[in-house]
Design a protein around this ligand. Sequence first.
Ligand code: ZN
Length: 483
Amino acid sequence: MRYLLYLLIAAVCVCAVLFLVAVINAIRIKAKPVDKKSAAPFTKEDEDKYARILSEMIKVPTVSAAEGDDLTEFRKLQAVLKESFPLIHEKLERTDLDGNLLYRWKGKNSDADGILLMGHQDVVPASEKGWDHPPFGGEIADGRVYGRGAMDCKCTVMAEFAAVEELLEEGFEPERDVYLSTSVNEEISGGGAEKIVEYLKNNGIRLAAVMDEGGAIVENAMPGMKALTAAAGVAEKGTCNIKFIARSKGGHSSTPPSNTPFARLAKFICRIEKKNPFEKKFNEPVKVMFRHVAPYLSFPFRLLLGNLWFFKPLIGYAMPKISGEARAFLSATIVFTMSSGSKAPNVIPDEAYVIANIRPSINQSAGECIEILRQIAKKYDIETEVMFESSASDVTDYKSEEFRYLGDCVAEVFPEMCFTPYYCTGGTDCRKYNTVSENCIRFTPIRMDDQQLAAMHAVNENISTDAVAAGVKFYKYYIRNHK
Ligand SMILES: [Zn+2]
């Protein structure tokens, strides 16, 4: 008994010492205030000019084009690009792959791997309802440009093109080849980006770095965060669509047997909702992200995230309860999105199904996730049919020269910000470039506040004109100083 007591006292003492070490560490890692000006400022004239171009781009309703669809609206958008960026269209080599565009700006050393900046021309649809400014009006008001695509992601395309155009105006010649690429069907996971990647591969083109949307500059990146966070995605999750089918003999609804198809599907859904079937893990991008943001957090959060070695069980328990995004960082996710049964209210379905969207994480492949679900579904006499599957992307090394260079650029252009590798819970075209580059980075250097992020794919999508101007100057700095 006495030994047990000693053991308990010893355990408490060890915990107290470790806690003290964690507190000292949290005090020590606090970020120091930076008193430095941006190395790439912009003027009010620049800001207004970029806003006008973006507005013209938004006015063209380029809703995603599937293979073989009419490209009229995309051709109109490309005419806006040609008119707004004449030097690009005069001096760069332009390849048109069914509306998906690739521009090549030859550098001094074309033997070296090039750099590629990308974005998509297409947008998700928008009905007029609920918008304060019409979705395809391109209105500029209160220092913002409003409309579908303002942030996702015509602002990115505009900023990349404007940066190259200005550098051409200044007579700048890049060290290595610089590419611009834009697809017409990112939002529907179409094959546009694949066509460009195929072209690059067929022409033996390797890329030192690829930069796409996916991460951005955000406010309130997490609880306790005071600084703006420049989050650069080093990996993104996969996506699968799976149909779960329950069958029966059907029959009249007046004499129902037990365990009809929807009852089984409901039990299955409740089982999945109750206990996450996927592995929960602090994978490398999440750990690295916590390490990078911790110095900028207020004390209690800095204490927790800055000492993952001590608080991991606590954080692992709390994260899934904080928000959907926090949960998505730690494991694959599943959500049921569609369902169907019989054709009439008084007919028991002989076949009913639900469709789920799964986002495999980097530590569990699509195949593994599907197998886990298949086994659970079987217990409820439910069949599993895979409609689409793709695993998570490769992980870009945050210690690579290219990623470090990006961090250096952020430190010069946005010195007050916290720069961090980020794990994208959504999907982008960027993953498709993994076969031609080891450094696929998801980062739009444009600031987006909480309201703007919430308006993505929703009503009142908008972007701040000063944030777009800062983004143009960032891309310029990035290209100009890339060795
Ligand atoms: Zn997008």
